[in-house]
Write a protein that binds this ligand. Structure first.
Ligand SMILES: Cc1cc2nc3c(=O)[nH]c(=O)nc-3n(C[C@H](O)[C@H](O)[C@H](O)COP(=O)(O)OP(=O)(O)OC[C@H]3O[C@@H](n4cnc5c(N)ncnc54)[C@H](O)[C@@H]3O)c2cc1C
Length: 810
């Protein structure tokens, strides 16, 4: 009998693991029962009971009408009472954009072809020439210190150059005079400019992402496109978009700004139907110099001039700057940056109906229009800026750690510094990969809205970590501001990136899992929609189908999580080679565990999960880290599987898996029912914790990659502006590094001479003595002195006079 019990357990295990359909499962179970009948010694009453049970079970399960009548109907009615309905704004957010790789991660069994078959992101020749030509030239004319400290603006020459070379027209179609470049090219432009001047990076990114241009392209009437797009492409018009205000920041949908349909006068037209607007917006990028303002507000039609409906919902309009009632032109001063940002207010501003983006057909559709556009803008601009900071830090903080010596040793050789250099390099690799993978999707025509939030949140958090470590390594050199300092402004820029386009805390704890589960879970949305949106019997039919598929899904995830846990996913079918297959397998394992844990949290907490943001935030961390891990694998393969980059791949994957594991453990520890948490822990981690933080040996290999020039460092820092001017903030560090590397053999000779007693002094103090004692030649002496000067210049910080803050750096 015991064997038959084992066969039954094995059967349940294998069929659940393989996710067989209900009918296949029923037939196979029947086959086992038949075998039991022929080959076991069981008595007739046992056989009859088993067959009876089997027939009842498969009949109920395989006949939906019966199943609905006996089971689903009751659950359906219960759900109708407790399941919260989806509000209109939530629905619009759910409908925006596409579902992509996140659905695979939610599936518990990801199909890696979805990402592996995406072509490697590549620039066209025209795009490369644009970056190497106008963008490079533009970067050369930027002086970030002057921009952020003296002028608080770009120079007139830079503005003119940017407009003439269509730096604001990346996304505008060629037929309207724009460049119509790829998302990749847009991202590379922000990286290059942002690595030279963060403020300028923000300035160019706004017109190219979330702003009137994008909205016009997708929703504008032909007349609006014909008028505005050529003007935006050539910089005749500078746009801004005002969504948030003093009373509605993160909760922008609750804006108090109003528009009332009424009759009024506009330019030379009188008594026309239009909108009277009253609004107050703040923090609006480019507002102080904008010539056209995109404004979101709530529209009403109290006199029923357009329809019988009074409250028409969030609507978007374009207003010319000079329109009567507009107050514009003051500036905020965000985190010592000089990009234009300020408030806009409108009092009784009357505009015609044709100012509505998309015309009257788009009245009330503003929220979904914004959600749709936010998806790709959020995936491009800020991740590019974060990656620029990572690349800049990897290249120049790595170099600084080599040229700056203390205790007669380059500081990068101290384990303490090495530890944080590792994080700078590893996180840069991770965010570069995260950025590139979503760009591949965007350029292939998919707009993954949940993942755009993931990429924005992850790149900004990791940028914060990178720049904090970088500042620590630079010490006073990073702190003292002035033209010599290339890092301080990047450090100050961090909160801007964290806050805009969906503040990070909100994005992590509320949006990513909240939206992700609804959109990407294979059955959840179907169940909710069936309960609330589909009426009568049709709702029950849809619910029943989704519910039983969902139950099968949960059973399968329990089995898969346990088996993948106990076997360490060793037998899971996964792509990759001997370096990467292990990580692919761990993603499969963690995906099954994530799918299970998501369902457990939803079942245990239900609607309360919306308020339990600590749990929701940790679920978001799991999804985000699995995304990063898969992006890193794709990046490594896209780069041609360079063996020298392997430490970066391993570090980034191990870090991501460890983070996912930490988030899972913390969820299980904090579930309201401790027993369920412990049970999940037993299923998911049956043999203790599988993942550790990357070890010190690996960390050392990673840090070494950015201490000296190499092909790996070139790949890691690819795309940033590289100055060859040795009087420039970053150029002087590169120059000093070249000198240090050219003289390292001579320095070695000096150290050996000191050890053997040939020299009495060490370091710089020994140069003279070494020359006099013929340990080094006159030429070598000259080289050493030259290097000493180059280092002095690279580590120098600016000095200011008491009066007028005039620079007096010696
Ligand atoms: C430099 C800069 C440029 C900007 N440019 C523009 C622009 O061009 N156009 C535009 O319309 N807006 C712009 N903004 C506004 C930006 O979108 C808002 O700052 C952002 O939405 C946050 O709003 P808030 O600053 O009022 O913070 P609040 O909404 O007050 O949020 C404060 C904190 O609370 C957190 N929080 C709020 N609600 C929740 C929640 N439910 N769960 C968890 N945490 C929560 C947030 O994450 C944040 O950390 C800009 C802002 C800045 C600083």
């Amino acid at each position: 009998m015991i064997y038959w019990m084992l066969v039954l357990v094995l059967f349940i295990f294998v069929t659940a693991y393989l996710r067989l359909a209900l009918l296949q499962w029923s037939i196979l179970l029947g086959a086992i029962l038949l075998a039991f009948y022929f080959f076991s010694a069981a008595s007739n009453p046992v056989i009859i009971s088993l067959w009876s049970f089997y027939l009842v079970l498969i009949t109920v399960l395989n006949f939906p009408a019966l199943r609905r009548r006996l089971i689903s109907r009751y659950i359906f009615c219960g759900m109708k009472k407790v399941m919260p309905a989806i509000s209109q704004t939530e629905q619009e957010a759910l409908d925006a954009g596409d579902v992509w790789w996140e659905a695979e991660l939610f599936s518990g069994n990801p199909n890696f072809d979805v990402i592996r078959q995406l072509p490697k992101p590549m620039l066209s020749q025209e795009e490369q020439a644009f970056l190497d030509g106008p963008v490079e030239a533009f970067c050369k004319m930027l002086d970030d210190w002057k921009i952020t400290h003296k002028d608080f603006d770009l120079s007139a020459r830079a503005w003119k150059f940017a407009k003439e070379n269509k730096l604001f027209a990346m996304i505008i179609p060629k037929q309207y005079g724009g460049l119509e470049y790829s998302a990749l090219c847009h991202s590379q432009m922000v990286i290059k400019i942002g690595s030279r001047s963060g403020s300028t990076g923000v300035t160019v990114m706004v017109p190219n992402s979330l702003g009137p241009g994008k909205l016009l392209m997708i929703y504008g009437t032909q007349e609006q496109k014909d008028y505005y797009l050529p003007r935006l492409a050539t910089g005749i018009d500078i746009p801004c978009f005002g969504l948030t205000g003093p009373d509605a920041g993160s909760d922008a949908g609750s804006m108090p700004d109003t528009g009332v349909i009424c009759k009024g006068e506009y330019e030379d037209q009188s008594n026309i139907i239009g909108i009277r607007l009253n609004f107050e917006k703040r923090y609006i990028t480019l507002a102080p110099i904008a010539t056209i303002l995109g404004i979101a507000f709530k529209l009403s039609d109290p006199d029923h001039l357009l329809s019988d409906v009074e409250e028409r919902g969030i609507t978007l309009v374009l207003i010319k700057r000079e329109t009567a009632g507009i107050e514009i032109g003051k500036r905020h001063f965000p985190a010592n940056q000089a990009f234009m940002n300020g408030p806009i207010r409108g009092k009784d501003v009357f505009i015609p109906l044709d100012a509505i983006i998309g015309g009257v057909d788009y009245i009330g559709k503003g929220w979904s229009m914004l959600m749709e556009c936010l998806g790709d803008g959020r995936a491009i601009s800020l991740p590019a800026l974060g990656t620029a900071v990572g690349k800049l830090s990897s290249k120049y903080t790595g170099a600084y750690s080599r040229i700056r010596s203390q205790f007669n040793t380059p500081i990068g050789n101290f384990e303490g510094v090495e530890e944080v250099l590792t994080k700078i390099a590893g996180q840069t690799y991770a965010i570069d990969a995260a950025r590139l993978m979503i760009l591949s999707a965007l350029d292939a025509g998919t707009v993954p809205s949940v993942l755009s939030g993931v990429v924005k949140q992850q790149t900004m958090e990791r940028m914060r970590e990178i720049v904090n470590h970088s500042m620590d390594i630079h010490g006073g050199h990073g702190i003292c501001m002035g033209p010599h300092n290339f890092l301080g402004r990047a450090y100050q820029l961090v909160p801007v990136g964290i806050t805009v386009e969906g503040a990070n805390i909100l994005t992590r704890t509320m949006i990513i899992f909240g939206q992700g589960a609804m959109r990407s879970h294979p059955f959840l949305l179907k169940e909710v929609e069936a309960v609330h949106n589909t009426s009568g019997e049709a709702g029950l039919i849809d619910f029943d189908l989704a519910l039983f598929s969902h139950i099968g899904f949960v059973i399968s995830n329990v089995v898969r999580s346990f088996w993948l846990g106990i076997s360490s996913a060793r037998f899971a079918t996964a792509p990759g080679n001997r370096d990467t297959r292990y990580y692919y397998r761990q993603i499969i394992r963690m995906s099954a565990a994530f799918a299970l844990l998501s369902d457990v949290c939803l079942a245990v907490l239900g609607g309360a999960l919306k308020r339990r943001e600590k749990i929701s935030g940790r679920l978001a961390d799991i999804l985000s880290n699995l995304y990063v891990c898969s992006a890193v694998l794709k990046h490594y393969e896209d780069e041609g599987e360079q063996k020298d980059d392997l430490p970066l791949l391993r570090w980034a994957c191990e870090d991501a898996l460890f983070n996912a594991q930490t988030a899972m453990k913390n969820i299980m520890k904090n579930l309201p029912t401790r027993f369920i948490g412990k049970l999940c822990n037993f299923i998911i981690f049956p043999l203790t914790k599988p993942y550790q933080e990357p070890d010190d040996n690996l960390g050392q290999k990673v840090a070494k990659l950015i201490l000296t020039p190499s092909a790996t460092l070139d790949r890691l820092s690819q795309g940033i502006f590289v100055s060859d001017n040795k009087n420039d903030a970053t150029g002087r560090i590169s120059y000093a590094l070249d000198q240090v590397l050219a003289t390292q053999d001579i320095e070695h000779k000096l150290r050996e001479a000191y050890k053997t007693g040939q020299l009495e002094k060490r370091g710089h103090a020994a140069y003279e003595e070494a020359k006099d004692r013929k340990i080094i030649s006159a030429k070598e002496y000259k080289l050493l002195k030259q290097t000493q000067l180059a280092i002095r210049d690279a580590i120098k910080v600016d000095e200011f006079s008491f009066k007028n803050w005039k620079i007096e750096t010696p």
